[in-house]
Design a protein around this ligand. Structure first.
Ligand code: SF4
Ligand code: SF4
Length: 393
């Protein structure tokens, strides 16, 4: 399988090879097209997302104990209304957004809304990624679903090769359905039309990935696995402060925040290939976070797309001293200007974004802006910022 990480293209740093990477692009210079869209929309600032990952619904047929999205049972969850979908597309167009990623819940549980979004977005914002647990991969259902996706316009992209991301962590979808979906993609589409990835999240205690089970099931059904067509993401579950009832995560071996900072990639630099960055996250409530990380800190929630314009929210993100410091410093290491290493050497946690959460608190304390936790708490005006040895914007 194609492992994550081999093809990372950052704007201004070397050439882009089209049709490579999990988030492959179709163009040699995607950034000029992406930039052109922002410029035509008059969007400026250090933080400009290439993508918004949004929850179409929080309804799900499954009940994974470590669900990162806080999904609800089908009878209890909500799906974006037609009016909300229309507003989103209008707001995405207004800021020249290049692409979206659709997630849930399980998007196919709300298939009417899913196909409607794809159809309405056609020609305005492209769908770069669609995440699913693959519940629809039955003998009868698979071909029909692909036909409906194609008819709605899922493959009609200009910048990104659309990616179908299938999750097989704690999900209970029988693996023959996942194998059937993979087989359909590998035999009916080329890597210029559609990519497929399998995300296999493991319990951090034993790190057992179901991907190996999937390989065996596939080989039993179809013979050789199409390793050159399937992208693989193998991670472990992280704790997530948005989830009150998340099952405890026992991640062995904590790492110092200093080490996370040293190896952090540049979260806000325009990037395609291995990731799409910057990528914002919108919850089904309309709350928008600057990062589509599994455990993005609550303090990186900057507004609500159903109550405010995307333009205003972007301005707010760009007025955050913390975001500007991370951007100017090429990632979390930039925060060292404000939070010294002697402090971060003493702090430990289990992930990049977990260290970000700790850093925001220290950042606010160091700048004298100790606001209570919660949304919009990081809007610190830059002029009030005491900066040690470096630029902030
Ligand atoms: S299938 Fe995905 S959205 Fe549904 S409960 Fe599991 S992790 Fe959550
Ligand atoms: S480390 Fe912080 S800034 Fe970077 S992606 Fe995670 S939450 Fe966002």
């Amino acid at each position: 399988m194609i492992k994550e990480g081999a093809h990372t293209y950052i704007d201004g740093q070397g050439t882009v090879v089209p049709y490579t990477g999990k988030y492959a692009v179709k163009l040699e210079d995607p950034f000029s097209v992406i930039r052109g869209r922002w410029e035509a929309a008059g969007i400026t600032g250090a933080y400009r997302p290439l993508r918004v990952e949004f929850e179409l619904t929080d309804r799900c047929n499954d009940t994974c104990a470590s669900c990162g999205m806080g999904a609800k049972p089908v009878s209890e969850g909500v799906t974006l209304s037609d009016a909300q979908v229309d507003r989103l597309i209008e707001q995405f167009a207004d800021v020249g957004l290049s692409s979206v990623a659709i997630t849930g819940g399980e998007p196919f549980v709300s298939s009417r809304a899913l196909y409607r979004f794809i159809g309405q977005a056609r020609g305005t914002v492209e769908i770069g990624k669609l995440t699913t647990n693959g519940i629809w991969g039955t003998e009868k259902g698979t071909r029909t679903v692909f036909e409906r996706l194609v008819a709605a316009g899922f493959l009609d992209t200009r910048i990104f090769v659309p990616l179908l991301m299938v999750s097989i962590g704690e999900q209970t979808t029988p693996l023959d359905r996942i194998a059937r979906i993979i087989h359909h993609v590998a035999t009916e589409f080329t890597d210029r039309d559609l990519n497929i990835a399998v995300s296999s999240l493991a319990d951090p205690a034993d790190r057992k990935h179901r991907i190996y089970e999937l390989l065996a099931v596939y080989e039993e059904m179809y013979g050789e696995f199409p390793h050159d067509r399937v992208h693989s993401t193998m991670r472990v579950y992280l704790e997530n402060e948005r989830l009150e009832n998340q099952a405890p995560i026992n991640r062995p071996g904590n790492t110092t925040v200093s080490r996370w900072m040293d190896s952090c990639y540049d979260c806000f630099a325009p990037t395609v290939g291995t990731y799409v960055l910057p990528c914002a996250l919108m919850k089904v409530s309309g709350d928008l976070y600057s990062c589509a990380a599994f455990n993005v800190p609550e303090k990186l929630g900057f507004g609500n797309l159903f109550r405010e314009s995307f333009r205003d929210i972007l301005e707010r993100v760009n007025s955050s001293a913390y975001v500007r410091t991370v951007r100017a410093g090429g990632g979390l290491k930039g925060v060292r200007q404000v939070v010294p290493q002697s402090v971060t050497d003493q702090m430990t946690c289990g992930s990049f974004c977990g260290s970000c959460k700790l850093l925001i608190d220290k950042f606010e304390a160091a700048t004298g802006q100790q606001e209570p936790g919660g949304r919009l708490a990081t809007f610190i005006p830059l002029q009030g910022l005491a900066v040690r040895g470096g630029k902030t914007a």
